[in-house]
Design a protein around this ligand. Sequence first.
Ligand SMILES: [Zn+2]
Length: 246
Amino acid sequence: MTHYALSAASILEAWERGAGQSPLNRALTLLRQTDPAHSLDALACLPVGVRDKRLWSIRKATFGDRVTALATCRPCGDTLEFSFRVSEVCPAEEPAFPSSTSWEHDAWSLTFRLPDTLDLAALGDLPATLPPGRMLAARILESATHDDLPVSVDELPDEVLYELEARLAEIDPLPDLTFALQCPHCHHAWEEAFDIASFLWTEIEAEAHRLLREVGVLARTFGWSEHDILQFSPTRRQAYLELAES
Ligand SMILES: [Zn+2]
């Protein structure tokens, strides 16, 4: 069973590795931290829904079930806080996913796989909520035929691309997450998209800075090494911190 909780040392390691990386690579770096047996290249081939399920597991095991996030109301610029539980938005078990799926309609027949992180990277970090269009279709289609004759992606009519989009949404093991929000100030209502990859990275970054500050204070005061300080439990680190600052 995978151990998803990141230790203090592991958080600093992930933060250091991910600091210069793209958002998509940071998500993979976080996955690798809990799954060192697989290479980044192998993890990049996981469907995006499975990747996100693992990121949620890391979030819950490391920082807890309760999530509090901020959103900005575009019309008035107010900041709005909303919260939810990981267990409300994400299944407890890692979902099973088909390695490839077939769809047939009229004379059309398509076989395709679910998009992965490499596909997102190739599409220029576009959010997965956008209609897949031809670029994505070109990457994930394993075969396409009309009246049993092979057709290229460029020959697929728009209706077929829309159908492909609908099928992808249906079989995605973890659909895109949005929250219906309303601004208490101006009453503007909107759907806020929530991306676990960028949210978790922000939390990792904040936690890494907090840990570095603690290590700095304790090392200066007691002369301990970073390695030793990071081995302490949060409770013991906090107690020494209070001694150091008293
Ligand atoms: Zn507002």
